[in-house]
Write a protein of this length. Structure first.
Length: 215
């Protein structure tokens, strides 16, 4: 069983330069980051293949990420990356968390979600509080892959009720990485990629791919 699993993994990791990867997201900001951080792969979105995402039912970032990857792989027949990420604010019982993209309400805009978070902080008489960005990536080549590649990235910092910058997406204008006076919204794409939760997760994923490919 182990040898069969290993062969499946090696097949998955045999992804060569300019192999096509479907990223299971409809978020153009995320897709841009994947393209920037994985230049040796042809990155396409599930939207371009008319893949309709299903409602997220997982209770963890990993479960949702795996679900997304399986749906994209089954619909496209291509290697797929699932990405589930979010903002964790401990003082708000770890919300927005899994609800980060729909914190204000389902299909809320980024601005509406930011404003909702700002209101929640002000309700607690806070202008700033500790927060984390989390990203969990899952890479599979076949839907029933028993040994998917998993990578996790974490960015520590704080959220403030002051929004600054127009770059990035989501909560970027109100998230300030630890040790930085700039919000993620004030950083350009290259600066953000070096420190972001997604950037860290992608770098880990790349090392895993390269490590197995070199064996």
């Amino acid at each position: 069983m182990l040898s069969q699993t290993y062969l499946l993994l090696r097949q998955s990791i045999s992804l060569a330069n300019k192999s096509t990867l479907v990223v299971a997201t409809n978020n153009p900001g995320k897709l841009k980051e994947f393209g920037l951080l994985l230049p040796n792969f042809e990155i396409i979105s599930q939207t371009s293949l008319d893949i309709i995402p299903e409602e997220e039912v997982g209770e963890t970032f990993f479960e949702n990420s795996l679900q997304k990857a399986r749906i994209a792989n089954k619909a496209s027949g291509l290697a797929a990356i699932g990405d589930d990420s979010g903002l964790i604010v401990p003082v708000l019982n770890n919300l927005p968390g899994l609800l980060s993209a729909r914190y204000a309400y389902k299909n809320a805009t980024d601005e509406e979600n930011r404003q909702f978070l700002k209101n929640e902080l002000e309700r607690l008489n806070l202008t700033e509080t500790k927060a984390y960005f989390v990203c969990v990536l899952v890479l599979i080549q076949v839907s029933a892959d028993p040994f998917p590649l998993i990578a996790t990235g974490l960015l520590e910092g704080s959220v403030k009720t002051i929004f600054r910058g127009a770059n990035g997406f989501g909560y970027d204008p109100m998230f300030y990485p630890k040790g930085s006076n700039l919000s993620l919204g004030e950083m350009n794409a290259d600066e953000k990629a070096l420190i972001s939760h997604r950037g860290k997760a992608i770098e880990i994923l790349k090392r895993k791919i390269e490590g197995f490919s070199s064996e």
